[in-house]
Every structure is written in C-alpha cells, then in structure tokens.
Write a protein that binds this ligand. Structure first.
Ligand code: FAD
Length: 414
C-alpha cells in the first residue's frame, strides 16, 4: 500500500520532510502558498545560508534550552554531520567557518534551496505552488486539504508552515490555526533573535555602526545571562548577533514583567579593567596633545568614541593631556560597563525566528506526530522550539523535517 502524504509549506522543514517521505516510498505532495519554494530560506545568512552549526548533538540540545529535551531525538537522528553529508551527497559541498557556522561553499542560499527541490523532484514529489491552504478537515482516516479550489486527499498530513516572522515570505501563522482546529495548544508567539529598543536615544547617533567582539550581560530572575559577538546600533536601539541572542531571554521577561531591563555592554571583554586603565594612562601620557576622541578611537570605532566622550562630558576638541582624572575613570568605566535600558523588542514581523508556537507537550518527540490527532505531523518553526543565532534554527528544521517525513511514511505509524 502506498501512503499518500500532504505537506503544507515548502520551506526548509517542508522540503526536507518531502525528501525523507518520498525516499521512504510515500507518494508526496507539497502545497506552497508562494509561487516559488523557500522564500525565507533565500534570505538566510544574508543570502549565504548558515545551514547548521558544527557541534556535538549534546551541545545542540543544550542550545535549545528547555525545548532541547523534546528536540533531542530528532537532533541525534539527523545531526549537523549528517546534514553536511546529505548536502555533499547531493553535490553541494559545505564549509565550516571559525565560529562553528556552516555555509555552502558557494555562499549562496539559492543553491541550498535548489539542491532540496531538485532532489525532491527526482524522487517524484509533486509541488503545487501559488496554492494557499485555507482549510483542512479529517474525514475518517483521510485528511482533506483545500487550497485555492483544489482538494487534496492524504493519509498523513505534515504542517510545516513556519512561524510569524517576516510575513512577506508567506508566514502568517496559518499553522497555528490548523493546529488549534485539531485540539493543539499554542504557546503565545513572541519575537526572538530580534533587535532591541532602548530608552536611551544616543544609539540613534550611531545607527549603522557595528562593534565586534562585545560581551553583553544582564541578570534576569537572579540568573546571570551573557552573550558575545558583534552588535550594530540602530535607529531606536541595538541589533547584531550578540543582541539577537540576548533577545531570546529578554523577550519572555519583557512580555511577562513589562519593566525595562538593563543590559551592560563590555566593549573590550579581552581587557581586564586594571590593564585597560594602565594602557589608557600610557597612551594619554605619550600623546598629551592628541584629541581624546582619537585616543578612545584606538579602542573602539571612531563614531562610538565621539559619542562616549560626549556622554562622559568631554568635548570632542579636548586634548588628552587636559583630561580630568574623574572623566578618564568614567570613560574607562563606560568601555567596560556601558548600560542600556531595554524597553521592548522590535515587532515579531522583524524577528529572525518566532519563539512559541505549537506546544511540544502534545507531540511525540520520536516521530513528530500529534498525540491528539493520529496521522498529523509538525516540523520546523511552527513548533514551539527556537535556538540561538548560528545555524541552530535551520538545523532544527532539517532534523524535525527529516523525522516527520520518514516517520509519516511508515505504514505502522498512526
Ligand atoms: C532574515 C532571516 C535570516 C535567517 N538566517 C538564518 C540562518 O542563517 N540560519 C538559520 O539557522 N536560521 C536562519 N533564519 C531562520 C530560518 O530561516 C527559519 O527558522 C526557517 O526558515 C523556518 O523554516 P520552516 O520550513 O519551518 O518555515 P518557513 O521557512 O517559514 O516556510 C514555511 C512555508 O510555508 C508556507 N505557508 C504558510 N502558510 C501556508 C498556507 N496556509 N498554505 C500554503 N503554504 C503556506 C509559507 O509560504 C512558507 O514558504 C533566518 C530567518 C530570517 C527571517
């Protein structure tokens, strides 16, 4: 008996599910609202597609926090090493960058998308593009999927419709509606990996300025949280990888508590405060006629140095040798502990991923099948799982997609 599987959504999770389902012998149809597949996938990694993170499955599980336990089986079944071998086997080699991020050697997200679609087509997967699924019903053991006057009957259904971020790519939260209809709880979707809005307005003067290798720290409910990496100042606050990672923690707190959170930026984490004081004092005494902003610019980008001098009450024209001791102390303090009050996150439409979604409590972690509705599966960002920056979120899509695809194709399943 051939199992007929219908997959809603041709993003990374849906495409991977289609390949694994078809490889297992199922007759597979993918329905996509857009006129082409993987629209969000094309944007990933700024068009280069950071497709996974080179880490042992144990570390990956930890990176997903409380939801890691649920993802564990899927991640161990199809870990980063297998993902890289999978793409290499299909002719797309990958490369490992210093920070553990993995990209296609071509640095082109389109190649990742095309590799998946070509493989699926070769396996006989049917793609229906430009068909927005409006309704699903289950009649006895058959799922009836209605999309733009088309009716598709299937034995199994995989929902891979993504979350709520970047709605222009086709993600409008339909998967949550479908899940609710079958009795599933939805954990409220929130913005994650998203820029933050600050109470201070001075970051606006620096919009577009990036600073590498920053350490950001805060305390939430007595837990110390640190993230590291680059930041970018924006029109109303800060973004960049280290801030996006911090936003994963702040989004829940800001929503629940509603009061601003102070985060501290250590602009020079590789300098101990005492060593920095010595260096600064030496540079000032060696160059007493140099403008203080230029001395500071030896430590941080020039635009930031001017803003910090202004905040410390030191004019742009001031010569280093004339700097008061208390202002020097203030500047050093700012380089090591620059506080910013975070008021809120930018909206979910601007978030890299959605935190929240279809509750994993009602999902079988070894198959991705619903515990409530036999034959119904979920994969990818529609689920209440989210990881940090660095390829973790696509890895979750590949792993849950592969598992949903292969398990839905098993006759015994459901
Ligand atoms: C700018 C940006 C950069 C990113 N970069 C990275 C990165 O480098 N590395 C990383 O790991 N992650 C990255 N991410 C996150 C990653 O792209 C997502 O987690 C991933 O795309 C989710 O895949 P998915 O298949 O679950 O959903 P999606 O990619 O969102 O695909 C869902 C598909 O379902 C379709 N759909 C929805 N509703 C319906 C319906 N009713 N009928 C028919 N079709 C429907 C949509 O049109 C869409 O094509 C990035 C995200 C963004 C926004």
């Amino acid at each position: 008996m051939t199992i007929e599987i219908c997959i809603i959504g041709a993003g990374p999770a849906g495409l991977m599910a289609a390949i694994f389902a078809a490889e297992a012998g199922a007759q597979t149809t993918v329905i996509e609202a857009n006129t082409s597949p993987g629209r969000k996938l094309l944007l990933t990694g700024a068009g280069r597609c950071n497709l996974t993170h080179q880490a042992a499955p144990r570390q990956l599980v930890r990176a997903f926090g409380a939801k890691g336990r649920f993802l564990s089986y899927a991640l161990y079944q199809f870990p980063p090493e297998n993902v890289r071998n999978f793409f290499t086997g299909l002719g797309l080699r990958t490369k490992l960058e210093k920070d553990g991020c993995v990209f296609p050697v071509t640095d082109c997200a389109g190649d990742v998308r095309d590799t998946l679609v070509n493989r699926a087509r070769k396996l006989g997967v049917t793609f229906l593009y430009g068909k927005h699924v409006d309704g699903i019903t289950k009649e006895t053991d058959v799922f009836v999927v209605c999309a733009a006057k088309e009716r598709i009957d299937a034995d199994k259904l995989i929902i891979a419709t993504g979350g709520l971020s970047w709605p222009k790519t086709g993600c409008t939260g339909d998967g949550y509606r479908f899940a609710r209809q079958f009795g599933h709880a939805i954990v409220e979707p929130r913005a994650s990996l998203v820029p933050l809005v600050t109470r201070e307005i001075w970051p606006r003067q620096l919009a577009g300025t990036a600073v590498e290798n920053i350490k950001i720290s805060t305390r939430l409910n007595n837990n110390k949280i640190n993230t590291t990496g680059a930041i970018v100042f924006t029109d109303d606050g800060i973004g960049g990888p280290a801030i996006l990672d911090m936003s994963r923690y702040l989004t829940d707190y800001l929503q629940a508590v509603g009061t601003p959170v102070v985060v501290n930026l250590d602009l020079l984490p590789h300098f101990e405060q005492a060593a920095l004081e010595t260096q600064m004092t030496e540079r000032i005494s060696e160059n007493p006629k140099k403008k203080m902003t230029n001395v500071m610019a030896e430590f941080v980008p020039k635009r930031l140095s001017a803003v910090l001098c202004g905040l410390a009450g030191c004019s742009n024209e001031l010569e280093a040798g004339r700097l008061r001791k208390d202002v020097r102390k203030k500047l050093i303090q700012m380089l090591k502990t620059l506080p910013l009050s975070i008021m809120r996150t930018r909206p979910i439409a601007e978030a890299t991923v959605t935190r929240g979604g279809v509750s994993v409590n009602e999902m079988e972690s070894k198959t991705m099948e619903s515990k409530i509705c036999p034959g119904l599966f979920f994969a990818g960002e529609v689920l209440d799982v989210d990881g940090p920056c660095g390829g973790y979120n696509l890895q979750a899509c590949w792993s849950t997609g592969a598992l949903a695809g292969s398990s839905s194709a098993r006759v015994g399943c459901a």
